[in-house]
Design a binder for this molecule. Structure first.
Ligand code: S3P
Length: 450
C-alpha cells in the first residue's frame, strides 16, 4: 500500500491544479501540526500597528496573500513595516490621524477585511483623498454594508452601483459619532465603524444581531483605546478621539485553517492529529461545537491565554459522525468553516441542515452554490437552500475534476473531501489556498500515512 499521491501542476495562466490520488486502502492521517497565524488577528495587528504611536512587534503573522495586501496598503500611506515573516515583524506606527494620502490606488487584492476595515480609517481622515480597489472577486462583493453606516457618520464615498461596489473613492472628513444597528452579525462591519470612531469625537456605538468575532475589541483595548461593551445587547462603544500605543502582538494559529485538519482527522478512518497553538476565542469556536454535535472525537489540551487571546492544542481522532442542524447565533461564530463542515456532513449519517448562513453567498465566492455543485460532482447529495444547505451523508464520493472558483476555503475543503474519495480528484485553481494557507499542500503531504 502507498500513501496518497499528490501532484501540483502549474498552468500557462499560472493557476495550479492539485491532483490527489488516494490509495485503494490503508490511508490515515497522523501527526502533530501547526497552522499559520490567524488571518483576522494578522490584519488587525498590521493596521493598529500602522496607526498607533511607536513600534508594534508582531510574532506569528500569517504570511498569506491577504495580510500582504493590508501591509502594502498601509506602507503606501506611510507606515514602515519590516519584511513580512512569521518570527518578528515590526511596524513603525505613524500615529492616529496621520495616514498620508497615497499617490496611487490602494489595492486590497482578494481581501474583504482589508478593504472594509481600512475604509473606516480612510473616511475619517479629513482633507485626504483615497481610491481603493481589489481583484475581480472583491470588486463584486457588497460594500454598501460599510458605506451606508459611514455615510450616516458624514463620510463621502463614491463607487459603482450606488456606491456599493469597489473601486471606491473616498474624500476623508471629520465624522460625527453614531449608534449603528447593523442588520448583519459581521465583524468587518463592526470593526470598520469602530475604526472610524477612533478619530471621531464622542461615542460611536455598533449593535449587532448576534456576536461576531471580537478580535478588534480585544486588540483596540490592548492598544489603549477606550471601549465599553454591553454583552446583553451585543453592543460596542468606542470613545474618540482615541490614543493608541504600539504593542507586542502574538498571533495564534488560525482556527479556520485548523478546521480542515479537524474534519480530515474526523472523517479519514484510523486518523489521529494534534493541531497545536490554535486560537480558541469563543467568538470563533462554533466549528468545535458543531463537530461535537456530530459526534467527532475532539479534545482541547493545554488551554492557555496568549497576548489576550485564548489558545489550545486540539486533538482529533476519527469517529463515526452523525448529522446535525446548525442555525442562529452559532453561524457567525463559524461562518468561514461552513464549507469544510459541509464536507464532514457528506460523511455523516443522516441529513445535516445548515440555515441562517446567507452571508456565505457574498464571500470570496458564493460558497453555498459552489460547495453544493462541486460536492455533487463528486457524488454527494447536497441541495441548496436560500440561506444554507441540506446534506444527506453516506453516499460514497468518487474523484473527478472540481474547481475552487478561486476561493481559498473551497480549494482546501475539496482537497480534504478527496482524501475520502475513490480514484483521482483534480482541483482546478487550487493556488487560491495561498490567500490564507500557503503551506497547505506541504502540510497535507506531511500528515499522510499508510
Ligand atoms: C472577518 C470577518 C468575517 C469573516 C472574514 C474575516 C474579519 O467576515 O468571514 O473571513 O476578520 O473581520 P464578515 O464580517 O463579513 O462576516
Amino acid at each position: 500500500m502507498s500513501a496518497a499521491v499528490i501532484t501540483v501542476e502549474t498552468q500557462t495562466d499560472f493557476s495550479q491544479k492539485l491532483i490527489i490520488q488516494r490509495p485503494s486502502a490503508g490511508l490515515s492521517l497522523q501527526g502533530c501540526i501547526r497552522v499559520p497565524g490567524d488571518k483576522s488577528i494578522s490584519h488587525r495587528a498590521l493596521m493598529l500597528g500602522a496607526i498607533a504611536q511607536g513600534e508594534t512587534e508582531i510574532q506569528g503573522l500569517l504570511l498569506g496573500e491577504d495580510p500582504r495586501s493590508t501591509a502594502s496598503c498601509f506602507q503606501a500611506m506611510g507606515a514602515q513595516i519590516s519584511e513580512l515573516n512569521t518570527e518578528l515583524v515590526t511596524v513603525q506606527g505613524i500615529g492616529l490621524g496621520q495616514l498620508q494620502e497615497p499617490v496611487d490606488v490602494l489595492n486590497a487584492g482578494n481581501s474583504g477585511t482589508t478593504l472594509r476595515l481600512m475604509l473606516g480609517l480612510l473616511a475619517s481622515h479629513p482633507g485626504r483623498f483615497f481610491t481603493v480597489t481589489g481583484d475581480s472577486s472583491l470588486r463584486s462583493r457588497p460594500m454598501s454594508r460599510v458605506v451606508r453606516p459611514l455615510q450616516q457618520m458624514g463620510a463621502k464615498i463614491w463607487g459603482r452601483k450606488g456606491n456599493s461596489l469597489a473601486p471606491l473613492a473616498i474624500q476623508g472628513q471629520a465624522l460625527k459619532p453614531t449608534h449603528y444597528h447593523s442588520p448583519i452579525a459581521s465583524a468587518q462591519v463592526k470593526s470598520c465603524i469602530l475604526l472610524a470612531g477612533l478619530l471621531t469625537a464622542g461615542k460611536t456605538t455598533v449593535t449587532e444581531p448576534a456576536l461576531s468575532r471580537d478580535h478588534s475589541e480585544r486588540m483596540l483595548r490592548a492598544f489603549g483605546a477606550e471601549l465599553s461593551i454591553d454583552p446583553d445587547t451585543n453592543s460596542v462603544t468606542v470613545i474618540g478621539p482615541a490614543q493608541l500605543r504600539g504593542q507586542k502582538v502574538i498571533v495564534p494559529g488560525d482556527i479556520s485553517s485548523a478546521a480542515f485538519w479537524l474534519v480530515a482527522g474526523a472523517i479519514v478512518p484510523g486518523s489521529e492529529l494534534v493541531v497545536e497553538n490554535v486560537g480558541v476565542n469563543p467568538t470563533r469556536t462554533g466549528i468545535l461545537e458543531a463537530l461535537e454535535l456530530m459526534g467527532a472525537d475532539i479534545q482541547l489540551e493545554n488551554q492557555r491565554e496568549v497576548a489576550g487571546e485564548p489558545v489550545a492544542d486540539i486533538r482529533v481522532r476519527s469517529s463515526r459522525l452523525k448529522s446535525c442542524t446548525i442555525a442562529g447565533e452559532i453561524i457567525p461564530r463559524m461562518i468561514d468553516e461552513i464549507p469544510i463542515l459541509a464536507v464532514a456532513a457528506v460523511f455523516a449519517e443522516g441529513t445535516t441542515v445548515i440555515r441562517d448562513a446567507e452571508e456565505l453567498r457574498v464571500k470570496e465566492s458564493d460558497r453555498i452554490t459552489v460547495m453544493a455543485q462541486q460536492l455533487n460532482k463528486m457524488g454527494a447529495k447536497v441541495s441548496e437552500l436560500p440561506d444554507g444547505m441540506e446534506i444527506t451523508g453516506g453516499t460514497p464520493l468518487v474523484g473527478t475534476d472540481v474547481d475552487s472558483y478561486t476561493d481559498h476555503r473551497i480549494a482546501m475543503s475539496l482537497a480534504i473531501a478527496s482524501l475520502v474519495s475513490t480514484g483521482i480528484t483534480t482541483i482546478h485553481r487550487a493556488e487560491a489556498a495561498a490567500i490564507s494557507y500557503p503551506d497547505f499542500t506541504t502540510t497535507l503531504q506531511g500528515v499522510l500515512s499508510t
